[in-house]
Every structure is written in structure tokens, then in C-alpha cells.
Design a protein around this ligand. Structure first.
Ligand code: DC
Length: 228
């Protein structure tokens, strides 16, 4: 595989919600000494900012304007995670709140929001040595990345994983409700006009249904060796 001119080329990981791409991507990055960027957090930040400013998240023009006014910065946390600061406030802990979950697909479908986020993602990818995780990283953000991974699992497996997480956190929620909401998000993410979720033509598809977390990470570490 060619490294397209980067000494330590960026790695793209895409996949549907709860395919494990954030935790797997973070672990891969720490194994190979790369930075990690979870781009979903950036769309979540735009969503949180819109909600905080009383913007109707179903109004694309208002959402785009709020995003243009938002002063945001992404940095590396101490444990290989990402921290997001919006207008001077660290909002990272708010980004997985249910209100954000419910509105983020709609905000992420606004073209102007995507332009702003993709420009920042490309700037961050420019230095190489980064594992970038999202929905359109291999298709739109860094199609030149020599290693593009598409991590996937059936909707039922992913809903099961999310259900287990909720139970572990003491949150009582019906499996069927999670399954329905997951199906809905998959549909919105993969059928939207702007940068729909799909594997790049040259992506390596990794189906995680039958694999443990450690097996997935080991597999990706092996794949990464080919690009150094
Ligand atoms: O990965 P996540 O669940 O944190 O992503 C949140 C939302 O942002 C989800 O609806 C998909 C969207 N997203 C996107 O459109 N493009 C990306 N590169 C990353 C996330």
C-alpha cells in the first residue's frame, strides 16, 4: 500500500452507531502511537450549541448560523480521549446526553455544518499520525488515507451492546426501544443527501459480530503495519 506522501499516514475508521469504532479507534491509536479524533463529538458539539442557544434543530438555516458563530476547539485528553471546548466552556461531558442523541442526526445532515466540521478535520489530519473515526472519513474527509476501515455489526448486536451499557449504568430502558432508535439513526445516517454513511470503495470491512474487542483491535493493529 502507498503512504501517499505522509511519513505516518492518517487512518480512517467509519461505521454505524455503536459499531465500537470510538473505543476500538482509541485503542488502535494508543497501540501505534497515533493521536485519536472522534469526529462524532464535533457534530454533537454543534448540536449541543444549537440546543443551548434555543435554535430549532430542524431548521437547517438556523442550525448553520449557530454553527458558524460557534467558537470551538478539539484537544487531546489525558487518556487518549478528546475534549471539546465551545465558547470557552468544556462541554465534553454533555455530549452524550439523550437530548443530544435525539437531535444530532438532524444537525449532522446540514450541509454547511458538515463543511465547517470537515474543514477542521482535514486541518487536524494534515499532520498525519492520527486515527480519525466517523461516518465519512474514508469517503470525504481523507479519501487519500492508505488504510480505511469500515467497522460494522448487525443492528441487533449493536442494540444489545447499548442495552448492556445502559443496564451497567443503572438506567432501565427497554431493548426494543433501543433497537428502534438505532434503526432510525441508521436510516437517517445512511440515506441523508450529504455524505451518507457508506464504506469507501477501497475500505477494509471488519464485521465485529463474532469478535471480541481485543480481537478487533489486534486485527486493526496488523492492518496498520502495512502502511508504515
Ligand atoms: O458517532 P456518533 O454517534 O457520536 O455520531 C453522532 C452523529 O454525528 C451521528 O448521527 C452521525 C454523525 N456523524 C457524521 O455525520 N459524520 C461523522 N464524521 C461523524 C458523526
Amino acid at each position: 500500500m502507498s503512504n501517499k506522501g505522509y511519513a505516518r499516514p492518517p487512518i480512517a475508521i467509519d461505521g454505524p452507531a455503536v459499531s465500537g469504532k470510538s473505543s476500538v479507534g482509541r485503542s488502535l491509536a494508543s497501540h501505534i502511537g497515533y493521536r485519536f479524533l472522534d469526529t462524532g463529538l464535533m457534530y454533537r458539539a454543534a448540536t449541543w450549541n444549537a440546543i443551548k442557544n434555543g435554535v430549532n434543530v430542524n431548521d437547517p438555516i438556523a442550525v448553520a448560523e449557530a454553527c458558524e458563530r460557534m467558537d470551538f476547539a478539539v484537544s487531546d485528553g489525558e487518556i487518549g480521549d478528546n475534549q471539546i471546548v465551545v465558547n470557552g466552556e468544556n462541554i465534553t461531558n454533555h455530549l452524550h446526553a439523550p437530548v443530544v442523541d435525539d437531535a444530532v442526526s438532524s444537525v449532522a445532515s446540514v450541509g454547511r455544518v458538515r463543511e465547517i466540521m470537515v474543514a477542521e478535520q482535514r486541518r487536524l489530519a494534515n499532520g498525519g499520525a492520527i486515527v480519525m473515526v466517523g461516518r465519512d472519513i474514508g469517503t470525504v474527509v481523507i479519501p487519500e488515507a492508505p488504510l480505511k476501515i469500515y467497522l460494522t455489526a448487525t443492528v441487533r448486536t449493536r442494540a444489545n451492546r447499548r442495552h448492556r451499557d445502559f443496564i451497567a449504568e443503572g438506567i432501565n430502558i427497554e431493548f426494543e426501544d433501543i433497537l428502534r432508535s438505532m434503526e432510525q439513526r441508521d436510516l437517517i445516517d445512511s440515506s441523508r443527501e450529504n455524505s451518507p454513511l457508506r464504506p469507501a470503495d477501497d475500505a477494509r470491512i471488519v464485521d465485529t459480530d463474532e469478535l471480541t474487542f481485543g480481537e478487533v483491535v489486534n486485527h486493526l493493529v496488523e492492518l496498520a503495519k502495512d502502511i508504515f
